[in-house]
Design a binder for this molecule. Structure first.
Ligand SMILES: Cc1ncc(COP(=O)(O)O)c(C=O)c1O
Length: 489
């Protein structure tokens, strides 16, 4: 479009464009994995602006795969180890909704972790599913409340009439839940396992190097027997936001645990009728990157990471054990006693943006081509964080309280649809003891519910929310000190 003189005003304002331009050269330790486009080749970057089109004879249809779309999906299925793969250009939020709608019907009881992403809570409400919470009694390692293998296995044994199970792995902190035994137990009951692997698309890379991380590279959910897996390629691979994939396994189809035709029917129900070709093309690009270049990038990244960790000051340490995602950098800063707000300020002064900062850890998603200068900037910030703390700013109690929240369940099963549509009222959260929450209460990021709709609000919840607000957390579900509770209690 040619620029024409505006007759209305001489001032032109593009606030969003300007804001985005100012962040594009900062050090990126967060999603998307494309580092503001810097991970794409110059050729692909230029091409991207030309790829936005509609369904044409030459392209095929993303919602009814055929033609070039179908060929791209076949290649992706081979790389990611599925029988069928779909490109979902509205994020894993939509992939999970399609998976749940494809596998279950209203009223079905689905086993899930309390720490499931809030899109799972919303999908259960929308689809009329009963969310059966996995009973947790082991303190989770991190504030995303990941369940343990033993807890899932016990719930599979104890709960009756389950139609399926949905687990999240890896978690935000790169921790992995072993799936093989969970899949065997679920399949013995004849029910499917859906895996929210939003953070694990890069596990399909065939690494070959000598670093500890490569030798302990995590297995994909599909290779451990999962029936359906949703992945946000945009989080950890060079792909555009919100490029997601939904994979279906051969065993799921052959056993009848999931009907592939029913799943296909759900695609246009939940995905926009105008799926984005640039986003889908970036999935094609990410798949090709995995097939040809990614292993070399992982080696380079993990070498840089080892150097970085060796230089960390003693007050900061990396949280990582064999089996975790080697490409996730979780830095425990608790021994520094630096406050969460000051960690933010120091990182910002070094032009470093990270994925999330909780009361104990700084979580960095490492784009696979993270350059040395970004690690240097992060390292300088870490030195400053180490020098900044005061004992009275210790946040260890808050971290503990946040993890303990996952051991509290006022109800073991929730029919969320009623809670979402029930009469509700707003009240000061400090006076909400004993009321039932009308919505999800979730610190954001990462968006993991501390309380689900219909759950009772306890004194420990109120104290935790207050502590988190004091640490400048954005707690979704609490606005200006008010929470929505169910009217008739
Ligand atoms: C564990 C998990 N599941 C699902 C989602 C939703 O993914 P998307 O943002 O691709 O819709 C997220 C997003 O942060 C997530 O962290």
């Amino acid at each position: 479009m040619e620029k024409r003189e505006s007759t209305v005003s001489t001032e032109r304002e593009l606030p969003l464009v300007s804001a985005l331009e100012t962040v594009r050269n900062r050090h990126s330790f967060h999603m998307p994995g494309n580092r503001a486009g810097r991970s794409f080749s110059a050729e692909f970057r230029t091409l991207l602006t030309y790829l936005d089109t509609t369904e044409l004879d030459n392209t095929g249809d993303i919602n009814e795969p055929n033609g070039a779309v179908l060929r791209a999906l076949e290649l992706a299925a081979k790389t990611f180890g599925s029988a069928q793969t779909y490109f979902i250009t509205c994020g894993t939020t939509t992939s999970l909704r399609i998976a749940l709608a494809g596998a279950f019907k209203p009223g079905d009881r689905v086993l899930i972790g309390k720490g499931s992403h809030l899109s799972v809570a919303n999908s259960c409400a929308l689809l009329g599913l009963e969310a059966v919470l996995i009973k947790q009694d082991v303190l989770p390692r991190f504030a995303d409340g990941q369940v343990s293998e033993a807890e899932v296995l016990r719930s599979l044994e104890e709960e009756e009439d389950l139609a399926g199970v949905l687990v999240t792995t890896p978690g935000y902190y790169g921790e992995n839940l072993p799936l093989e035994r969970i899949c065997l137990a679920a399949h013995a009951l004849g029910i499917p396992v859906i895996v929210d692997s939003a953070h694990g698309a890069h596990f399909a890379i065939k690494v070959s190097g000598e670093t500890f991380g490569e030798k302990n590279w995590p297995r994909t959910a599909l290779s451990q027997g999962a029936d359906m897996v949703a992945q946000s390629a945009h989080k950890t691979l060079p792909a555009l936001t919100p490029a997601s994939m939904l994979h279906l396994s051969q065993a799921a189809i052959e056993s009848g645990r999931v009907s592939s035709s029913r799943l296909a029917k759900m695609l246009p129900v939940f995905q926009t009728s105008s799926p984005s070709f640039p986003v889908a093309a970036s999935l094609d690009f990410a798949r090709d990157f995995i097939d040809h270049d990614a292993a070399g990038y992982v080696s380079g990244l993990l070498d840089l990471l080892e150097e970085f960790v060796a230089e960390l000051p003693p007050e900061l340490s990396r949280e990582y054990v064999a089996g975790d995602d080697p490409c996730r950098l979780v830095i425990d800063y608790s021994a520094s006693n630096c406050s969460r707000q000051n960690v933010f300020k120091i990182l910002d002064a070094h032009e470093v943006d990270v994925e999330l900062i909780d009361a104990r850890c700084i979580v960095c998603i490492l784009p696979l081509d993270t350059p040395r200068e970004s690690f240097i900037a992060l390292g300088q910030a870490c030195q400053e964080i180490a020098r900044d703390g005061r004992p009275e700013d210790s946040q260890v109690e808050i971290d503990l309280a946040q993890r303990e929240a996952f051991l509290r369940q006022s109800r073991t099963s929730l029919t969320l649809r009623e809670s979402f549509s029930a009469e509700s009222k707003e009240m000061n959260f400090r006076h909400a003891l004993g009321q039932r929450s009308a919505g999800v209460i979730a610190p954001y990021p990462p968006g993991v519910p501390l309380l689900w709709p219909g759950e009772e609000i306890t004194a420990a919840d109120i104290a935790l929310w207050q502590d988190m607000l004091d640490l400048a957390y954005d707690v979704r579900g609490i606005k200006s000190g008010k929470v929505e509770v169910l009217a008739g209690k």
